[in-house]
Design a protein around this ligand. Structure first.
Ligand code: ADP
Ligand code: TYD
Length: 203
């Protein structure tokens, strides 16, 4: 996997319900208020391949785990390279890009069933400057997902998420030294987490 890194690109990672979208939004608002041009985005995307991924997560059609890994990786390629709205295009115009999930999610989630070497090969994408990992207890994540009231998706099961968390912890130790890792405890209030995150990002 390439050690190439994209400056001004910040990625949030964590389990479903960990609170990463909330923190990504708070950081985007904070940086925009300081005058930065910020593009907040997410994977799976709202593009054609991303919509297909979401259909698979709702079990609208049946596919296998290898095909799903390839779909996530293909969605990511579009997400990076769209000439107008892609991550690379926003960065080349001088903006800051914040993404709710990136290829570390593929290594952690698809890594439960697929070979890590295969996943790294199909996800040979550049690293961001910063990875923020919101580390939230699996049961707390599931409580939050259930209180959202929209039902559970494919991976939202306790045993599965425990294995995903173990994968995240292992994978995040393999980041190139130039990538900044910020790990925050997700059990506190959103405001407390954000203040810890900000002190680590600016520290
Ligand atoms: P994710 O993007 O990781 O799935 P969200 O940010 O969507 O997580 O949060 C999941 C749910 O938990 C949402 O209903 C959100 O309002 C709530 N939530 C987010 N952060 C916190 C927090 N620190 N404490 C309590 N609830 C939270
Ligand atoms: P997401 O919409 O971020 O879910 P949530 O807001 O609940 O955290 O992601 C949808 C699901 O897709 C989630 O279960 C994580 C999974 N996922 C993968 O398995 N691999 C990937 O590469 C990505 C980006 C997401």
């Amino acid at each position: 996997m390439s050690d190439k890194k994209l400056d001004r690109f910040i990625v949030f990672e964590g389990l479903d319900g960990s609170g990463k979208s909330t923190q990504a939004r708070m950081l985007a608002r904070h940086l925009a208020a300081q005058g930065a041009s910020v593009h907040l985005t997410a994977e799976p995307t709202e593009r054609a391949i991303g919509r297909l991924v979401r259909q698979a997560l709702r079990r609208d059609f049946c596919t296998d785990s290898r095909a799903l890994a390839l779909l996530y990786a293909a969605d990511r390629s579009d997400h990076l390279s769209d000439p107008e709205d892609g991550i690379l295009a926003h960065l080349s115009r001088g903006g800051t890009v914040i993404s709710d999930r990136y290829f570390y999610s593929s290594l952690a989630y698809q890594g439960v069933s697929e070979d890590e070497g295969f996943l790294r090969t199909i996800n040979d994408y550049p690293h961001p400057e910063t990875v923020v990992f919101i580390d939230t207890d699996v049961r707390l994540c599931l409580e939050r997902i259930d209180s959202r009231g929209s039902g559970r998706e494919l991976f939202e099961k306790e045993d599965y998420l425990r294995r995903v968390r173990d994968n995240f912890l292992r994978i995040l130790t393999t980041l190139p030294p130039s990538v900044r890792l910020v790990r925050v405890d997700g059990a506190a209030s959103a405001e407390e987490i954000f203040s810890t995150l900000l002190s680590q990002i600016s520290g």
